[in-house]
Design a protein around this ligand. Sequence first.
Ligand code: TXA
Ligand code: MG
Length: 351
Amino acid sequence: MDTIIEKITEDDHKNSSIYQKASEILKAGGLVAFPTETVYGLGADALDADASAKIYAAKGRPSDNPLIVHIADTDALYELSSNVTEEAKKLAKAFWPGPLTMILPKKEVVPDSITGGLGTVAIRMPSHPVAARLIRESGVYIAAPSANTSGKPSPTKAEHVIHDMNGRIDMIIEDDTVDIGVESTIVDLSEQVPTILRPGYITKQMLEEVVGEVRIDPAIMGSVKEGVVPKAPGMKYKHYAPDAQLTIVEGTLPKVIEKVNNLTKEKEAAGYKVGIMATQETKDQYTGGIIKVVGSRESEKTVAHNLYAALREFDQMGVQYIYSESFSTNNVGQAVMNRLIKAAGHTIIHV
Ligand code: TXA
Ligand code: MG
């Protein structure tokens, strides 16, 4: 399949034809990748079961892993959900458009194939202007997972989408203004107490300011306990993973740096290529390896923004082992650590 690749420019006349083309493709049951404020999405008409089946094929995604439906105005909530709770209304008002996904009881119109057979549906209203305009102009609700091959880091740049999806989908809309860099916060409102199934830019504290008590799915940080199964089906898979073997080193900074330096020396002596996920504050203290600054320890936001691109860059360089510092689990740092732990397949060294 030839993939149409179009870049959003300043020139609205040219852009208009891009949206027109993308809308035609979506309405005809095709696949379009587009930027959002979190990561790139791979979109299809959510109410067309055949169209969304193509998403699973293009990504190699397990069919039990449900998709998020993207909408452009709040009315759509009532079209898709049979029970829009008071909490959902309040959260929509506070955080939409934005990086929050709500799980609600689904209506009949939502095909079982996009909800993995669950009685609920995930809904999000993105704030990215390209995403919002595409949903509006096409007039369809867009089912969209992240636009990566299943299991790989989510795409935050058009080149990542092209790498994974060129030749597999109908169109890619390029616009490298993806801001946050990690996927939306998912909150399950089908339970008594709202529960975070995936941490993101919108934190527990921010949600609690609007709806009171919010829980966190105990499986979020992974290996809490044997047999703790995450409620978001997608969170049970090894995920966001580079080809290289990623290890997180956790502890006080001087000890972490010492350990990473020793491990790097060992692996390099054995002939391996090693990458180090460093920060602004620590980068000068590493003595070997390929050092990549992922952000500043002072601001988890910067780390979230660069995380997936850094993992992909290491792969491109043919790195075999990656060592990463761990990060504070405050605010968006919790989302960063959740993704890192999954990418590392729970390989964490405590020093
Ligand atoms: O920021 C985002 O959310 C991005 C952009 C494109 O919007 N999308 C995204 O989609 O991250 P995806 O498919 O990569 O992740 C969706 C997650 C999966 O872990 C899936 O299991 C969970 O949402 N999910 C979807 N529907 C669900 C449901 N009804 N109940 C529980 N979890 C659900
Ligand atoms: Mg994903």
